[in-house]
Design a protein around this ligand. Structure first.
Ligand code: PMP
Length: 459
């Protein structure tokens, strides 16, 4: 049944029971399920239908996975074709025609200079597994162990990736400042702020007493996602390339979230023209199914057989869905479409700021957009210009969005950045509907008499 016809709503007792059992049986560590108490039963494109019969515009898109939205026909067709062919679904890391086609399509989309001399490693299915693989690769190739990572970074939840994400103490990771215009740690922002951030990195590497021995690699997100939608300036990315290249430090671009057209270029490194040594890819490359790989400069391929193994490295359905997705984005120039539509949505959201003083900042690149919510009545932090973040308001906005049938994610340092990650297939009308619903939700959350500041005072 097409999603254009509403599904018959399940009786409230049925889906409420599902939610209740989830709360009773699933882990305290569950995440999205807490803020989004819905029971999806069908989905197509931007739309999810809940068991309650309601429809939601899904701007979370599987945490940025669904480049083509839910259940795109080319993806379903590709999956069906594999199923109908009788091909094995589980093949470890053996060669198959499906994998061969995926690798060919992926390499065709990558920057030519990079792909012409690259190798691919199929990893366990999660982005974090590919991040671990990238670290192992550069450690083996350089014989060094330390890593450089940035403030606000997110690379995953396994130990090494987590350490690089600022979530664990690990002396092997040196944290460097990621440039940000809003809440710039140097109080400047803009080009000058980025220059100082780059200079800091350079001085840490060149100062023999900085406490940072020569590292095995530098890992960077071209646009930070979970960190609050912070696009790195192109000039700063090029500086990171120069700094690492001149010191023989492999540069690892984590494009798990930014890849496959999301930021308005097929790969976000293309904005700056930077050619990294390693690219970490997951999410959209599997066309909504789990798939993760690293692609890297051939010279780094010195690790040993089995250096990064795993049972689930051969997901044939994900590879077929991924091939179809990559080809569809490429053939239909959806990266360009994301650039145009994203710029329009950013402009519309910035225009809203005049009526909503709680909007501290609107930023993004392509269809990776963030709206940072602040408490405009509170004094700026540390004598700066920016009002403090307002996590209570952010939760209220997210809930008001949900009531209006709009699913959004919260991210950023204080979970105060409303994140929009719609599919690249978003229509103009849908984009308008998303912005309108968000504006309504903000107005409702601002009006809420029960709104409290993070410190507990009632406004
Ligand atoms: N890197 C980046 C940039 C990410 O955004 C994420 C997930 N949000 C990861 C790595 C980890 O991916 P996964 O959750 O699939 O392990």
């Amino acid at each position: 049944m097409a999603v254009t016809e509403p599904a018959p709503a399940a009786p409230p007792a049925a889906y409420e029971g599902i939610l209740r059992r989830q709360a009773m049986r699933e882990s305290a560590a569950r995440t999205y399920a807490r803020s989004l108490p819905i029971v999806p039963v069908r989905a197509r494109g931007l739309t999810i239908e809940g068991a309650d019969g309601r429809r939601y515009l899904d701007c979370l898109s599987g945490a940025g996975t669904l480049a083509l939205g839910h259940n795109h026909p080319v993806v379903l067709e590709a999956i069906k074709k594999v199923l109908d062919s009788g091909a094995p679904l589980h093949v470890l890391d053996l060669a198959t025609p499906v994998k061969d086609a995926f690798t060919t399509e992926l390499f065709a989309t990558l920057p030519r200079e990079f792909a012409d001399n690259a190798r691919i490693q199929f990893c366990g299915p999660a982005g974090t597994d590919a991040v671990e693989a990238a670290f192992k690769l550069v450690r083996a190739a350089t014989g060094r162990s330390g890593l450089l990572a940035f403030t606000g970074a997110y690379h995953g939840m396994t130990a090494g990736a987590l350490a690089a994400s600022g979530g664990a103490e690990d002396v092997r990771v040196t944290r460097l400042p990621y440039p940000q215009d809003y809440r710039c740690p140097f109080g400047i922002g803009g080009e000058r702020g980025a220059q100082i951030a780059a200079r800091w990195t350079e001085s840490v590497l060149d100062d023999p007493k900085s406490g940072t021995p020569a590292p095995a690699g530098m890992i960077v997100e071209p646009v930070q996602g979970e960190g609050g939608v912070n696009p790195a300036p192109d000039g700063w990315m090029r500086r990171m390339r120069d700094i690492t290249a001149s010191r023989s430090i492999p540069l690892i671009a984590d494009e798990v979230q930014t890849g496959v057209g999301r930021t308005g270029a097929f790969w976000a490194v293309e904005h700056s023209g930077v050619v990294p040594d390693v690219m970490v890819l997951s999410k959209a490359i599997g066309g909504s199914l789990p798939l993760a790989v690293i692609v890297y400069r051939s010279e780094l391929d010195t690790w040993q057989p089995g250096a990064h193994a795993g049972t689930f490295r051969g997901n044939q359905l994900a590879m077929a869905a991924g091939t179809a997705t990559l080809a569809h984005v490429r053939e239909n120039r959806l990266a360009e479409r994301a650039a145009v539509l994203g710029a329009r949505m950013l402009a519309n959201l910035r225009a809203l700021a005049a009526d909503h003083p709680c909007i501290g900042d609107v930023r993004g690149r392509g269809l990776m957009i963030g709206v940072e919510l602040v408490d405009p009545e509170a004094a700026p932090v540390d004598g700066g210009n920016e009002a403090p973040p307002d996590p209570v308001l952010a939760v209220a906005v997210q809930q008001e969005c949900l009531r209006r049938g709009l699913i959004v994610e919260l991210g950023g340092r204080h979970s105060t950045v409303v994140r929009l990650l719609p599919p690249l297939t978003l229509t103009d009308e849908q984009a308008t509907a998303v912005v309108d619903r968000l504006a309504d939700a903000m107005a409702a959350a601002e009006r809420s008499p029960h709104r409290r500041t993070a410190t507990g005072s009632i406004r």
